[in-house]
Design a protein around this ligand. Sequence first.
Ligand SMILES: *Cc1c(COP(=O)(O)O)cnc(C)c1O
Length: 393
Amino acid sequence: MKPSNKKTGLSTKCVHSGEIANEHGSPHTPIYNSTTFTFDTTKDLLDVVDGHKAGSLYTRYGLNPSITSLEAKLAELEDTEASLVFSSGMAAEAALFLALGRRGVICIGDAYGGTLELLNVQLRSLNIPVHFLLGSELKKLEELLQTGVEMVFFETPTNPTIEIFDIKTIAEITHKHGALLAIDNTFATPVNQKPIHLGADIVVHSATKYLGGHSDITAGVVMGSKKHIGEIWAWRKNLGQMLAPETASLLSRSIKSLVLRVKHQNESALRIATEIEKHPKIKRVLYPGLPSFAGHELAKKQMSGFGGMITIEVNGDYGQTVKVADNLKIFRIAPSLGSAESLCTQPVTTTHHGLTEEELNRRGITPSMIRLSVGFEEAEDLISDLEQALANI
Ligand SMILES: *Cc1c(COP(=O)(O)O)cnc(C)c1O
């Protein structure tokens, strides 16, 4: 497709952006299952090596048409100049922090368990200053930024309390102090939230979740300006974090249906949250689309859809909550999200396992919480599944 313009819709970009026309008329970019690419002359090779000409060279560098076509598509999804794909979401975050966060990272709110560990253990072991600020401590942000921190990073909505942070306001504060704002947009997806339009500099995704969407791809992506992406590129190259061309092709295929999938998941999740909130054995439902939810107004302002992630709190103790999870038949217990299959997990047994009671309290996480990832099944079937699981505790 010709480069899209500002008016091109997201669905159209998902289907056509980045795809390479080929002599057979295949609508998909073929899989270039090559580790290296050949040249007729030394000059032709040097033109690519020296960057005088765009071209394929070596797959680990990302200079492979299966990779570059996927990256062109992904950049358009978040309206950035460029993007880089990785072998996982964690690979993407590791390269991001090492390339652009060495003078320090502030992580706001709860983040994915792997991200917290990477920041707290591996980055700190390299003497990189790392600060964690909970949502309730945001007033300390400016003070911390004055220490010369290079990057502010957060997720919104967060996991598992579905906290919503104001991207626009935090972007303004971050930029005032010359730092960069990076957002993990995995939960919202570009369908529901465009952090770049709200002032963020960089967006990162675990493509393992909604972008892949079928529990069959492990991948990650970072999107941003050509300048920032160029700096991250060298780290990816030499850390060897490249995605296999087959996986790149599969991810590109998945993205064609991203808008359809996410809109269906938005719709089902809102119905489930609205219905299950009335259930006598449910104490609380955390979902950005519910008027009862604390972050509802802010979510309405910065999101165009409320997503497929719901956290429910059972009217019961830890044991009864385990029973609800075990009773579920369509929702399967798994520590992932964003797939065709509806999944559930108790934060205290997976994402936040091993935290002290005090730490869980500080983060507002209780043993009665179950995080639901709504899949493609009929919403009515999922509501019935929750009702039968709650009836038998
Ligand atoms: C899963 C996840 C990650 C890590 O992604 P992997 O692909 O498992 O490495 C990072 N952030 C969020 C929000 C996630 O859900």
